[in-house]
Design a protein around this ligand. Structure first.
Ligand SMILES: [Zn+2]
Ligand SMILES: [Zn+2]
Length: 482
């Protein structure tokens, strides 16, 4: 897409642009945007033309999913990820223990708790990652115990695509029921779920059809899980047209995510093996907790993969608002160009200080003398030499105001605006500031044909200097608002 690549600054081609000018369309870097005040807030201007600058927003997809996925393995090991996984695996261990310890017909409850806790956590991670969260909130199992059935059913339904065809095929092809018969006929199975006579079904690993079903399901299930996590109804989750359509719209990135899940299968199998070894140590609940912890780590990463896919490309499947998927081109960067109150190229920030202060004081004092004598011509001719911000700050606000008024009278509007802005800048809390701003607004409205800018200054005056003559004047000159 067009706006997903970074632009360089127009004036500094080696600097990335974080703003663009709405007037001259230039891409602007930090050094080419300044902050100006007006209205009740600050606004940004283009240092090239003085126009209004806006933050450049780029689509999240400009950072490719593949690159974002590189740090997925770290997700469960963060300062919030680890407590999350630990709490989850403790809960799962307890639920498992509950399922082991109860009579077969009661196993349903803890088994459901186990499934529900797992899937609720899984979907919560998908959603948090899709929202761009880097931290995980600890799972609330108090809440979970009441809302356990729905996620369990969603998880079961979503993954049914994976295990149901396999199960059916296995039953059909490998006579699963027959091979389970010795188990189901053992009375002990109905008491505590164990049986001595369990004989493994024929080794199915050599059957290519089985692998084909598995691979197709593996490519299909992530989209169903995304739908399940994002709160789509069961109808959509189970509708293959909807699922395949979503996967196609996500396109290449869907493939990337499925590939990442495939890679994660390797550590998953390894963690399962490690977990069964830990279980064989038989440290009762501790073994169980550690085993669950090991088994949970990779699914947490997998949920994060799906969440990141939604985070980057969710807009194409209608997840969230399109505007959510835009982010600042330079996140956190602030404009650092000096505000240009004088509407002229500024002296370099690194310019050397004047060799001695005498001319400064002289200039300021000379201006004061000219103002006292009401000598507009002399004041206006002295003023440009005091343009340096440090000198300008030593000029009294009423002297700035005098220059501004004189320049306005003489039709030198640019100079007038500079001086009036300086008058407000030097002592923003003094009595001169609101008067200078109102005069500046009038210049914009009546002489410079910029009513919008005038309005924004009027609004700023109303907000910043309430209960003054200036604010009453400004209020009267603002278009009525609702
Ligand atoms: Zn511009
Ligand atoms: Zn620049």
């Amino acid at each position: 897409m067009n706006d997903s690549s970074a632009h360089p600054c127009k004036r500094h081609p080696s600097a990335p642009a974080g703003w663009s000018c709405q007037d001259c369309q230039a891409s602007l870097c930090q050094d080419c945007v300044c902050v100006k005040r007006a209205q009740s807030a600050e606004y940004l201007t283009c240092a090239l033309c003085g126009g209004v600058a806006a933050r450049l927003m780029l689509h999240r997809a400009r950072i490719p999913l593949a690159r974002r996925l590189r740090s997925v393995w770290r997700f469960p090991f963060t300062s919030t990820g680890l407590p999350f996984v630990l709490a989850l695996s403790t809960f799962l261990a307890l639920a498992w223990w509950g399922a082991q310890a109860t009579f077969l017909l009661l196993k349903f409850l803890p088994a459901m708790m186990y499934l529900g806790a797992f899937w609720a956590a899984f979907f919560a991670i998908v959603r948090a990652s899709a929202a761009g969260a880097r931290d995980l909130e600890a799972p609330d199992f108090h809440d979970l115990s009441t809302h356990v059935i729905a996620p369990a059913l969603r998880g079961l339904a979503a993954t049914a695509v994976l295990w149901l065809p396999l199960l059916l095929y296995w039953i059909y092809r490998h006579d699963l029921l027959e091979s389970l018969a010795p188990v189901t006929e053992d009375p002990r199975f109905y008491v505590d779920g164990t049986a001595d006579a369990a004989t493994a079904p024929r080794n199915p690993l050599g059957d290519p059809v089985l692998w084909l079903i598995l691979a197709a399901g593996f490519a299909y299930v992530p989209m169903v899980l995304i739908l399940a996590a994002s709160g789509s109804g069961m109808f959509r989750m189970l509708n293959p047209l909807y699922v395949i359509g979503g996967a196609l719209r996500l396109g290449k990135d869907y493939g990337v995510a499925v590939g990442a899940l495939g890679v994660l299968l390797i550590p998953y199998v390894l963690s399962k093996l490690l977990a069964s070894w830990v279980l064989s140590l038989n440290l009762f609940l501790l073994s169980r907790v550690v085993a669950e912890l090991l088994i949970t780590l990779v699914p947490v990463m997998m949920a994060h993969v799906l969440g990141l896919l939604l985070y980057v490309r969710g807009d194409v499947v209608g997840y969230g608002m399109a505007s959510d998927y835009l982010e600042p081109a330079l996140p956190g960067a602030q404009p650092r160009a000096q505000p240009a109150p004088l509407h002229q190229p500024l002296p370099r920030a690194t310019a050397e200080p004047p060799p001695d202060d005498t001319p400064t004081i002289d200039g300021v004092a000379a201006l004061a003398t000219a103002v006292a004598a009401q000598d507009a011509t002399q004041a206006l001719s002295l003023y440009p030499s005091l343009r340096d911000p440090r000198l300008s700050k030593q000029v009294a606000p009423e002297h700035h105001l005098f220059v501004g008024q004189s320049a306005a009278t003489l039709g030198r509007y640019a100079l007038a605006v500079q001086a009036l802005e300086a008058a407000a800048d030097v002592a923003p809390d003094g009595p001169i500031a609101p008067r200078a701003l109102v005069l500046m607004a009038r210049l914009y409205a009546e002489r410079l044909q910029e009513p919008a800018r005038a309005d924004s200054i009027y609004r700023y005056v109303v907000h910043r200097y309430p209960n003054t003559d200036a604010s009453r004047f400004a209020q009267a000159h603002l278009p009525p608002t609702g």
